[in-house]
Design a protein around this ligand. Structure first.
Ligand code: SAM
Ligand code: SF4
Length: 349
C-alpha cells in the first residue's frame, strides 16, 4: 500500500529478539541490559500472523533481525513459516554471523533468500573491542559458510566508527582505521560478498559515537583501488548506493542515512520483538499489535491498525548533519513526533 506521502510500503523488518550474544559498543550497554521477559516476545505464530496481514497490505519482503536473531531457538522454522505466506516473495536475515555456520543449512533449506552479516573490522583485536568480546574468526566462518551456498545473496555490513571521542583505541593492532576499510573491501574484490558501509545513526547508544560518512570511505577506497563506477538499476530492496571497482568480483555499497537522507523513497516499517509496529526508526510512534493479538482481535482489526500505522509513516527522520537538521523534503512537519529513546537492539536494527 501507499502511505500519506505516496511512498510504497512493501518491506518489513521483523525483530525476533532483543537479546544478543555480543555487546557492540554503539548498540548495547556492557551490562545492566534488562532483557524483555520471554512471554512479552511475540511467538512465531504471532509473528507469522502479523506478516500474513502485512502481506495483504502489500508487504513483499521480510528481513529478520534483532538483537541477534540466531540466538532465538528454531529460527529456520520461522523462515519456513514466513516463506509459506502468500504474497511474501523474500525472507532475509541480518546477523552478526557468529552462530551462522551451524544454522546456515537449516535456514537455506527453509527458504532463506539472502543474508547480511555485520562485520565492522577484520582485525581480531579491534573486533573484540567493538563487540566487547566477540570473535571475528567465528563471524568469518559464518560468512564462509553462507558464501558457499549456491544462489544465496550475501552482504557484509560495516558501520565505520571514528575512535575519537569514544573509549576505543581505534586502530586495532594492524594499522590505521583507513586500512581497516581497505581490508574489508577485499571481501568484495575476492567475490565473497558485497561490502556495504553504513553511516552511524544517532539512535540509542549510537548518539555517543561519531561515524564516518559514505563519501569519505569512498575516497579512501578509491585511493587504494582506483576510480569506482556507479552501478545503475535496482540492486536491492533498500537505500544502498552501489559502486563497482575495477577487477572486483562483488560491489561496494553505501547506506548514508545521515549525509544523504533517503526518506522520500523509504519503503520500510519495523515490527519490534515485543510486537510494536514502528513506521520510522527515529520516532516512538506506531501501534501496539501485541495487545490486539493477545486481546482476541480478528484479522480485520489488526489489518486496520497496521494500515493506519503504514499510512501515517512520518515524512522523514531528523538526524542532524553538522549541527543542521535536514529540511523536510515533503514540506511536512515531524515536530509533533516523539523521538525514540530505546537502544537499537530493542527496536530491531
Ligand atoms: N545482531 C544483528 C547484526 O548485528 O547484524 C542484527 C541486529 S543489528 C541492530 C543490525 C545492524 O544495525 C547491524 O549492522 C549494526 O551494526 C547496525 N546498527 C546498530 N546500531 C546502529 C546505529 N546507531 N547506526 C547505524 N547502524 C547501527
Ligand atoms: Fe548485537 Fe547486532 Fe547490536 Fe552488535 S549490532 S550488539 S551484534 S544486535
Amino acid at each position: 500500500m501507499r502511505d500519506r506521502f505516496g511512498r510504497t510500503i512493501d518491506y518489513m523488518r521483523v525483530s525476533v529478539t532483543d537479546r544478543c550474544n555480543l555487546r557492540c559498543v554503539y548498540c548495547m550497554p556492557a551490562e545492566g541490559v534488562a532483557s524483555v521477559p520471554h512471554e512479552q516476545i511475540l511467538t512465531f505464530d504471532e509473528i507469522a500472523r502479523v506478516c500474513r496481514v502485512g502481506a495483504e497490505l502489500g508487504i513483499r519482503r521480510i528481513k529478520l533481525t534483532g538483537g541477534e536473531p540466531l540466538v532465538r531457538r528454531g529460527l529456520p522454522e520461522l523462515v519456513g513459516m514466513l516463506k509459506g505466506i502468500t504474497g511474501i516473495e523474500q525472507v532475509t536475515l541480518t546477523t552478526n554471523g557468529t552462530l551462522l555456520k551451524e544454522q546456515i543449512n537449516g535456514l537455506v533449506s527453509n527458504g532463506l533468500d539472502a543474508v547480511n552479516i555485520s562485520i565492522d573490522t577484520l582485525d581480531p583485536e579491534r573486533y573484540r573491542e567493538i563487540t566487547r568480546g566477540g570473535s571475528v574468526e567465528k563471524a568469518l566462518e559464518g560468512l564462509d559458510a553462507a558464501a558457499a551456498v549456491p544462489g544465496l545473496s550475501v552482504k557484509v555490513n560495516c558501520v565505520p566508527l571514528k575512535a575519537t571521542g569514544s573509549n576505543l583505541k581505534g586502530t586495532g593492532s594492524n594499522g590505521t582505521e583507513d586500512e581497516e576499510y581497505i581490508r574489508l573491501a577485499l571481501l568484495a574484490k575476492e567475490g565473497k560478498a558485497d561490502v556495504r558501509f553504513i553511516e552511524m545513526m544517532p539512535i540509542g547508544l549510537g548518539k555517543h559515537f561519531a561515524g564516518r560518512g559514505g563519501d569519505e570511505i569512498l575516497g579512501i577506497l578509491e585511493k587504494a583501488y582506483g576510480k569506482a563506477e556507479p552501478c545503475t538499476g535496482r540492486l536491492g530492496n533498500g537505500p544502498a548506493e552501489y559502486v563497482q571497482f575495477p577487477g572486483f568480483g562483488k560491489r561496494i555499497g553505501f547506506i548514508s542515512a545521515v549525509s544523504h537522507q533517503f526518506c522520500g523513497g523509504c519503503n520500510r516499517v519495523r515490527l519490534t520483538s515485543e510486537g510494536y509496529l514502528k513506521p520510522c526508526l527515529q520516532y516512538e510512534s506506531g501501534t501496539d499489535l501485541k495487545t490486539l493479538l493477545r486481546g482476541g482481535a480478528g484479522d480485520p482489526e489488526i489489518r486496520a491498525a497496521m494500515e493506519k500505522a503504514f499510512y501515517e509513516k512520518p515524512a522523514h527522520h531528523q538526524f542532524g548533519v553538522n549541527g543542521q537538521f535536514w529540511e523536510n523534503s515533503q514540506g511536512k512537519s515531524c515536530a509533533e513526533e516523539t523521538l525514540e529513546t530505546k537502544e537499537m537492539s530493542r527496536i530491531g536494527g
